[in-house]
Design a protein around this ligand. Structure first.
Ligand code: NAP
Length: 477
C-alpha cells in the first residue's frame, strides 16, 4: 500500500467518524459519545494532514496548536451556557476567516510563481483553481464579518434591533453583482494587475456584504442566522478543501454545510416562519405588541406566594414543568431538578415539556436539564405532551413566555401567529415563574398570564424555586 492510499484510507475513516458522530449528536443519550467520536475523526484528519503535507516548519504548528488548545480549554470552562450562541458565532467567524486566508495564500502563491510554474508543481487548472479561491474568499469573508456582527448583537455590544433603511436590499443586490463581477475578472483575466484588481474587489466587498447581510436581522433571530453562518463556514471550508486538494476538508465542509442548513430549517419550522422571513423581514424592528386581536383575554395578573404555590403543588398528582429562556438566565436547572424529585417523592408524576425553540439555541433546555442530571425519560416533546395537557393538575412555566403564548394559536394579528406552542393554558392550574412583566423574545404580551387558572410566582426563577423547595423540605422534616 503506498502513502497516498494510506492517507486517503485515513481520511475515509475520519469522514466515517464525522458522520457517525453527527448522527449520535441527534439523541441526548448518545450526544456526548458522538462529540468524542467526531473529535477523534478530527484528530486523525489533522495528524494525517500534517504528515502528508510538506510542512516547512513544525515550530509554528506547535505554537498554533498550543495557543489554540489553551484558548479552547479556557473558553470551555469559562463561557456560560447562556453565552454559547455568541461563542458559536465567533467560532464560525474564525472558520470563515481561515478559509479566506487559505484562498488568499493560494492566490499569493499563484501570483508569486506565475501559472506555468504553479501548474507544474501543483495540480489544477487556472479556471478551476481561480474559481474555488473565489468561493473560499467570498463565503469565508462574508461568514467572518457576518459572524462578528452576530456575536456583537448577541453580546449586546451593539443594539440587537434590526438596522433597516430605504434601499437596503438594492445596496445588498449591488454588492453581490460587484462581487460576481470582481470574481469573473479574477478568474478570466490574464493580466496579473487586472486579476489583482478583481481579487481585491471581491475580497473587500465580501467582508462588507457579511456585515450588511446581518444588519437587518433582529438579535433574537441570531440563532437561526448563526446556524446559517455555520453552514456557510462549512461551504467555505469545502471550497478551501478544493483549493488545497484536501479530501477530508471537502467532506467535513460539506457535512457542516448541510447540517447547518438542516438546523436552520428545523428552527424556522418550529417558529412557523420561513428562512426568507427570518433573513429579510426585519422581525422585531417595531415594538410588535399584539393587543386584543382575535380571542384576546381580559383579566389581571394574580400573584402567588411560594407558600401557596407549595400548597397547590403538594396536592398535585400530574405535574408538567415547561422550561424557557428565563430558566437559562437564572441558571435554575438544579433547583428545577430538586423540585421535580421532591414532587415525585410526594407521589406526583413529573414530566418536562420541551419546546423545540425554547431558550436561545437549539437543544438549549435539553443541555441545561442534562447538566442537572434530569433523566432523559422525563423529557417529553411538545407533540406528545399537548394531548395530555388537560389531564395535568399543574403546569409550572419556568421563564418561558413565547413558547406558551396562546396568541400563537388564536390571535391572527400576533407576530407569532401559527407558531406551535405547548398548551400550558389547558392545565388545571398554571404557575408562571418570571421576574416581572417582561415580554418574551418576540416582544409581545402573553395572554396566558391573565387567564383565570394562571398564577404568577414573581422573582428570579432560581430563588423562587429554592423557596418552594424549602417549603417541601420543611414539611417533610
Ligand atoms: P422568551 O419568550 O424569550 O421568554 C423568556 C421569559 O423569561 C421572559 O418573559 C422573562 O420575563 C423571563 N425571565 C428572564 N429572566 C428570568 C429569570 N432570571 N427568572 C425568571 N424568569 C426570567 O423565552 P421562551 O419561551 O423560551 O421562547 C424562546 C423564544 O426565542 C421564542 O420566541 C423563539 O422563537 C426564540 N428563538 C429561539 C431559538 C432557539 O434556537 N431556541 C432561536 C431563535 C429564536 P421577565 O423579564 O418578566 O422575568
Amino acid at each position: 500500500m503506498n502513502a497516498d492510499t494510506l492517507i486517503n484510507f485515513a481520511y475515509i475513516v475520519a469522514s466515517i467518524l464525522f458522520i457517525l458522530g453527527l448522527k449520535m449528536l441527534g439523541r441526548q443519550a448518545s450526544a456526548r459519545r458522538g462529540n468524542l467520536l467526531s473529535a477523534l475523526g478530527m484528530l486523525i484528519a489533522l495528524v494525517v494532514t500534517l504528515l502528508d503535507r510538506q510542512v516547512v516548519n513544525f515550530t509554528w504548528i506547535v505554537i498554533g496548536l498550543s495557543v489554540g488548545a489553551v484558548i479552547g480549554v479556557v473558553c470551555a470552562r469559562v463561557v456560560k451556557m447562556t453565552s454559547m450562541p455568541e461563542m458559536v458565532a465567533l467560532l464560525n467567524g474564525f472558520g470563515g476567516l481561515a478559509s479566506l486566508l487559505v484562498g488568499w495564500a493560494e492566490y499569493g502563491k499563484i501570483r508569486a510563481y506565475g501559472w506555468d510554474r504553479y501548474l507544474a508543481e501543483f495540480t489544477g487548472n487556472p479556471v478551476f483553481t481561480s474559481t474555488v479561491i473565489f468561493l473560499a474568499v467570498l463565503i469565508g469573508g462574508l461568514t467572518f464579518t457576518g459572524s462578528l456582527y452576530a456575536f456583537a448583537k448577541l453580546a449586546a455590544w451593539v443594539s440587537g434591533k434590526p438596522v433597516i433603511f430605504r434601499g437596503q436590499h438594492v445596496i445588498n443586490g449591488l454588492l453581490v453583482l460587484l462581487i460576481l463581477a470582481g470574481g469573473a475578472v479574477a478568474i478570466l483575466a490574464s493580466d496579473p494587475a487586472i486579476v489583482l484588481a478583481g481579487f481585491t474587489t471581491y475580497l473587500v466587498l465580501s467582508l462588507v456584504l457579511g456585515w450588511t447581510f446581518v444588519m437587518p436581522i433582529g438579535g433574537g433571530d441570531m440563532p437561526v442566522v448563526i446556524s446559517l453562518l455555520n453552514s456557510l463556514s462549512g461551504l467555505a471550508a469545502c471550497a478551501a478543501g478544493f483549493v488545497i486538494s484536501n479530501n477530508v476538508l471537502i467532506v467535513a465542509g460539506c457535512l457542516v454545510g448541510t447540517s447547518g442548513v438542516i438546523l436552520s430549517i428545523i428552527m424556522c419550522k418550529a417558529m412557523n416562519r420561513s428562512l426568507l422571513n427570518v433573513l429579510f423581514s426585519g422581525f422585531g424592528a417595531s415594538a410588535a405588541v399584539s393587543e386584543g386581536g382575535d380571542g384576546a383575554v381580559q383579566g389581571e395578573l394574580k400573584p402567588i406566594s411560594p407558600e401557596d404555590a407549595f400548597a397547590v403543588l403538594e396536592a398535585a398528582r400530574q405535574v408538567v414543568i415547561i422550561p424557557g429562556y428565563g430558566m437559562a438566565v437564572s441558571q435554575a436547572q438544579h433547583q428545577v431538578r430538586e423540585l421535580a424529585d421532591l414532587l415525585e417523592q410526594n407521589g406526583a408524576e413529573v414530566r418536562f415539556a420541551i419546546h423545540p425553540v425554547a431558550g436561545r439555541m437549539p437543544g438549549h433546555m435539553n443541555v441545561l436539564l442534562a447538566e442537572a442530571s434530569v433523566p432523559y425519560e422525563q423529557l417529553v416533546e411538545m407533540d406528545t405532551i399537548n394531548p395530555m395537557m388537560p389531564t395535568m393538575d399543574v403546569a409550572i412555566v419556568i421563564g418561558a413566555n413565547d413558547v406558551v403564548n396562546p396568541a400563537a394559536a388564536r390571535d391572527k394579528a400576533s407576530p407569532i401567529y401559527g407558531m406551535p406552542i405547548i398548551n400550558a393554558h389547558e392545565a388545571r392550574t398554571v404557575i408562571c415563574l418570571k421576574r416581572g412583566k417582561g415580554a418574551g423574545f418576540s416582544g409581545i404580551e402573553n395572554q396566558l398570564f391573565l387567564l383565570p387558572n394562571s398564577r404568577m410566582l414573581y422573582g428570579d426563577a432560581k430563588s423562587t424555586l429554592q423557596s418552594v423547595v424549602s417549603e417541601f423540605k420543611s414539611i417533610s422534616g
